[in-house]
Write a protein that binds this ligand. Structure first.
Ligand code: NOJ
Length: 564
């Protein structure tokens, strides 16, 4: 193990995200559940991941697929019971894996008892758990827009005041200025850790501190993060609130905490993850997954310039090299499938899925694999709005059409970028419904499951799955993968993503062709020392090539080289 004394375990770990609704259905109701996850633990063990992040499984009215919680200390009946959760925890721990939970505490569901009481009257005990404000000239108190389209305020009839919701109207924002709110959050975190959780992924946690006056933002446009960023993200008390949570719940416990932070920059991330006084192990930053958002936001996708992607990820690598720690991801339940978005999900699906993985997994940080990514699952790209379930997608469709947009182009944007692309059921085998359920799946299975599925991938030594398995194993074998110093190579090359990692005389060189052309490795990026060996490649090196491991790279070919 590359771990050295004093190094937290999560630095050499790989995390696997499970989106429970879509992983495995154990009871035939068409929705995944905890018994289903338990049945599939060997898949994760074979892949070699160390940690499971479980997206929300709590009681919820399901307005935003469980990111609207009505009871933080329970399990939604659709997923099972707390006893099932205990079995899952044990099943993971027995296999040497850990379990982190999703802590969604910027907002609750409108059905949470705190909100039910809060909205009942201006004097209720929980009134100040949320943000209530009188109208401004008969309209909302300020001009903030919700991330999911429309205003961030809704008027409530019971008291005639407006409440703040940065997401849907059924996700009222908690008022962290109130110390009682923060104390309840600490209780929730401790409760799960006491029960055996190994940490948290913390939903939009940099939204919890807002500029207290809630002033108008510069613009009110339709949907997306950033509409109100100036005043409600990374607010003045963020470090204080997160430091308090760390001291009250995490201190003295060996946990992994990852704060989801849209709009965070490198400097802020370094401060949040500083081992000396930072508050979380690592953050999810968004820069690299926002690069293809156009002027109209995420659904207005623009082509990605590889040089910008390299510049962005490289800056994060260097910026957190000595202070703080990176998380590494292409996919999650909010992003379209990476092979469709950044790779080639047609002719070069397998090679491009592997090359995306190589590029990411050899960087410094903790990689996250989103369910199905290890199979090279693709966007479903449904063409009919009736096939979609995601509230962000449905709201965008409604608002865009109401604003006069042309339906065809709205649907094209949705087919490429909707979150439901990531949420179609896990493809286990070629049978009807992909082995996910015996019932009717809550979201249609991608028809390509007849070809792309876990059973086929496990049986094929050249599959995307086995490539992920080998990349994950390299992280365990080679300290340079965990600790090596990152240096970019060929930053201006439009098609090659190349870099080195160096540690104690070992040099790891990553060469990745992000294109469908054959590309010469023009400047020999080899570093001094004996000729590098090929550790892992998407293709075998052409026999007799005079350049050896520096031979031209075929479409979407990548190589990991080691010299020592
Ligand atoms: C981020 C989550 O990942 C996303 O799925 C959710 O809709 C929002 N936060 C609101 O909780």
């Amino acid at each position: 193990m590359p771990q050295t004394p004093g190094d937290p375990w999560w630095k050499s770990s790989v995390v696997y995200q499970i989106y429970p609704s879509s992983f495995q259905d154990g009871d035939g109701d068409g929705v995944g559940d905890l018994p289903g996850v338990i049945d599939r633990l060997d898949h994760l063990h074979t892949l070699g991941v160390d940690v499971v992040w479980l997206s929300p499984v709590y009681p919820s009215p399901w307005d935003d697929n469980g990111y609207d919680i009505s009871d933080y200390l329970g399990i939604h009946p659709r997923f099972g019971t707390l006893a099932d959760w205990d079995r899952l925890r044990d099943g993971l721990h027995e296999r040497g894996m850990r379990l982190i939970m999703d802590l969604v505490v910027n907002h609750t569901s409108d059905e949470h008892p705190w909100f039910a009481d809060s909205r009942a009257s201006r004097d209720s005990a929980h009134r100040d758990f949320y943000f209530w404000r009188p109208d401004r000239e008969g309209g909302p108190p300020n001009n903030w827009g919700s991330v999911f389209s429309g205003p961030a305020w809704t008027r409530d009839d019971a008291t005639g005041e407006y409440y703040l919701h940065l997401f849907t109207r059924r996700q009222p924002d908690l008022n962290w200025e109130n110390p009682r709110v923060r104390a309840r959050v600490h209780d929730i975190a401790r409760w799960w850790l006491d029960r055996g959780a190994d940490g948290f992924r913390m939903d939009v946690i940099n939204f919890v501190s807002k500029v207290p006056e809630l002033p108008d933002g510069p613009v009110l446009s339709e949907g997306g993060y950033g509409l109100f960023a100036e005043y409600s993200i990374n607010g003045p008390r963020l470090h204080e609130f997160l430091g308090e949570l760390r001291d009250a719940a995490f201190a003295g416990r060996d946990v992994l905490t990852v704060g989801e932070m849209p709009g965070v920059n490198v400097e802020q991330a370094a401060a949040h993850t500083d081992p000396v006084n930072g508050e979380v192990s690592m953050v999810f930053q968004f820069e690299h997954v926002d690069l293809d958002h156009g002027p109209g936001g995420k659904f207005d996708q623009v082509p990605l310039d590889l040089r910008r992607l390299k510049e962005s990820l490289g800056r994060w690598q260097l910026g957190l090299a000595d202070r703080g720690w990176n998380s590494l991801y292409w996919n999650n339940h909010d992003q379209p499938r990476a092979v469709s978005r950044f790779g080639d999900d047609g002719k070069y699906r397998v090679a491009s899925a592997k090359t995306l993985a190589t590029t990411l997994h050899m960087m410094k940080g903790t990689p996250y694999v989103y369910q199905g990514e290890e199979l090279g699952m693709t966007n479903a790209g449904f063409s009919d709005i009736a096939e979609y379930r995601d509230v962000e997608t449905l709201n965008h469709h409604r608002h865009a059409l109401a604003a006069g947009a042309d339906e065809e182009s709205v649907m094209a944007g949705i087919a490429r970028m909707s979150r439901d692309n990531a949420r179609t059921p896990m493809q286990w085998d070629a049978s009807p419904n992909a082995g996910f359920t015996t019932g009717t799946p809550w979201l249609a299975v991608n028809p390509n499951h007849t070809e792309i599925n876990a059973e086929a991938a496990l049986a094929d030594p050249d599959s995307v799955f086995h490539h992920y398995r080998r990349l994950i194993a390299l992280r365990k074998e080679l300290p340079v993968v965990v600790h090596g110093v990152y240096a970019p190579l060929l930053p201006d090359h439009p098609a090659l993503f190349a870099y080195t990692r160096t540690l104690d005389g070992a040099v790891l060189t990553v060469l990745a062709n992000w294109s469908a052309d054959t590309v010469a490795v023009d400047a020999d990026p080899a570093v001094a020392g004996p000729g590098p060996e090929l550790l892992l490649g998407t293709h075998t090196v052409p026999e007799g090539a005079p350049e050896g491991v520096f031979a031209p790279l075929r479409p979407w070919e990548s190589r990991v080289l080691l010299s020592r």
